[in-house]
Design a binder for this molecule. Structure first.
Ligand SMILES: Cc1cc2nc3c(=O)[nH]c(=O)nc-3n(C[C@H](O)[C@H](O)[C@H](O)COP(=O)(O)OP(=O)(O)OC[C@H]3O[C@@H](n4cnc5c(N)ncnc54)[C@H](O)[C@@H]3O)c2cc1C
Length: 426
């Protein structure tokens, strides 16, 4: 094998890149990993304190993601500020169909959890402090050239570009991945013609640990239980889908007017909307890459697939993909094969393909079916939601999708645990 400066370079230290680095430090501790992150964000620069913020963005973590974080030894810390989802309520505004999922009926304490992205980032950084992962931040991966036995990666730091060689480059630079374009990966993009407005809201009634998914004629919305215990269950994280025109109009409203508009769209299941925090918004596009690997390079996280956020699947899917990749790296490294070898990366792609295709289809069809207001589709929606409620088999299928668990399990091995089981989608 050719001699390289490091074994693996990860471009992007966001949720996906940092989780991959941590998982590798657990499963293949002697693999040399360097993370390059364009923000001045590194394990050495984490604040000591964490105050849950009313205005921070959060992520719904599926039950399967909790299991992965347990495997990584991260869950105990993360759970300090994770709000459990004990019930999921799916409904259609103005229609009679609705379905409910309860953790209890699946014999679990929760169907999933809601955690602030900032808190997840902080937990990851604190865990990474005690590992051998090298961190270069701020620094930007600007290009990559294939070389014999690996890749030569161009990194820009303080306006100087220098090169670092590795067996493999993992691109984890997010949904608007500049590197994906620079390296010429073919993407498929489908704009939904909608935006996600994100904000934390307060309500007069407690959420009682319920996540609401509500489909309206103007687009889907989700309200996830959120916030510290001191808020006594009165805070939820809102994902509200709006057309460009509606978004502009909603943003121009005062906060009490926004609450009234929200009330009209969502209804009274949480009582009165009393407060809305800082609003952030994102244009919604489904981005997928059919061939996310080539010799020496793999795309992961949002760089590989960016989904509509209302079904809360993007990061959960990314996590399962990361664990599949880690396992392929572990096996290759143990047998003396280069981790950038095309056969290693292709195997990862094959093992992950069915999961991402099914998850993309699940969240995309949810948006399309519930975004269609033609009469037959409305009737089918009513029948579908009622049917889900009445048919235990259909409901279990829906629950498995929501919980990020499935039938097929792949065994992954790491030092200290002879066989670890990783949940994978069917
Ligand atoms: C509104 C919204 C709500 C969501 N809600 C959910 C949810 O409830 N559940 C769920 O599972 N998923 C959810 N998602 C998806 C989830 O947020 C993403 O899957 C996750 O954040 C992806 O992380 P990432 O690390 O791939 O990308 P990012 O978080 O974008 O991180 C990319 C990192 O790369 C760095 N970077 C960029 N370019 C370079 C470069 N050239 N060199 C070095 N570093 C670089 C950036 O600074 C950044 O830190 C949501 C997404 C959105 C938009």
């Amino acid at each position: 094998m050719a001699t390289t400066d490091t074994d693996l370079i990860i471009a992007g230290g966001g949720l996906a890149g940092a989780t991959l680095a941590l998982a590798l430090s657990r499963a293949v501790p002697d693999l040399r990993v360097t993370v390059v992150e364009s923000f001045p964000l590194s394990p050495d620069a984490v604040p000591d304190d964490y105050q849950p913020s009313y205005d921070s963005r959060s992520t719904a973590l599926a039950w399967g993601s909790r299991l992965i974080f347990e495997e990584l030894g991260l869950w105990q810390r993360l759970s300090e500020h994770a709000t459990p989802i004990q019930h999921i309520h799916v409904s259609d505004r103005g229609r009679f169909g609705a379905t409910r999922l309860d953790a209890e009926s699946h014999g679990q304490p929760a169907l999933g959890y809601v955690a602030d992205n900032r808190w997840m980032g902080l937990c990851l950084m604190r865990e990474l402090l005690d590992t051998g992962v090298q961190w270069q931040a701020p620094g930007e991966v600007v290009d990559m050239t294939p070389i014999a036995g690996g890749v030569d990666v161009a990194i820009k730091q303080n306006s100087e570009v220098r090169s670092l060689t590795a067996q493999c480059l993992v691109v984890a630079d997010g949904g608007r991945s500049g590197l994906r374009e620079t390296l010429g990966f073919q993407t498929r993009q489908q704009a939904y013609g909608q935006n996600a407005l994100i904000a934390n809201v307060s309500t007069s009634d407690s959420h009682r640990f319920t996540a609401y998914e509500r489909f309206t004629d103007a687009g889907p919305m989700a309200l996830l239980p959120h916030g510290s215990a001191s808020l006594a269950g009165s805070q939820s994280a809102l994902v509200w889908t709006l057309t460009d025109q509606d978004l502009e109009q909603v943003l121009s409203l005062s906060d009490p007017e926004k609450c009234r508009r929200l009330q009209d769209r969502f209804g009274w299941r949480l009582g009165r909307f009393t407060h809305i925090g800082q609003c952030n918004h994102y244009p919604l596009t489904l981005t997928t890459v059919d061939e996310p690997v080539r010799a020496g390079v793999a795309l992961v996280g949002n760089a590989a697939h960016a989904l509509h956020p209302v079904a809360g699947q993007g990061f959960n899917l990314a996590l399962r993909g990361l664990m599949t990749l880690v396992e392929q790296f572990r096996v290759a490294h143990a047998s003396g094969q280069s981790i950038g070898d095309l056969s290693v990366l292709r195997r990862y792609q094959e093992l992950h393909r069915q999961d991402w295709q099914q998850t993309v289809q699940f969240s995309d069809s949810l948006i399309r079916v519930f975004g269609d207001s033609s009469v037959p589709v409305l009737a089918a929606r009513d029948a579908g939601l009622v049917g889900l409620d009445l048919l235990p088999g259909a409901k279990r299928w829906f629950a498995r999708k929501a919980m990020g668990t499935g039938g097929r399990r792949a065994v992954i091995h790491s030092p200290g645990s002879a066989s670890r089981e990783q949940m994978e989608h069917e």
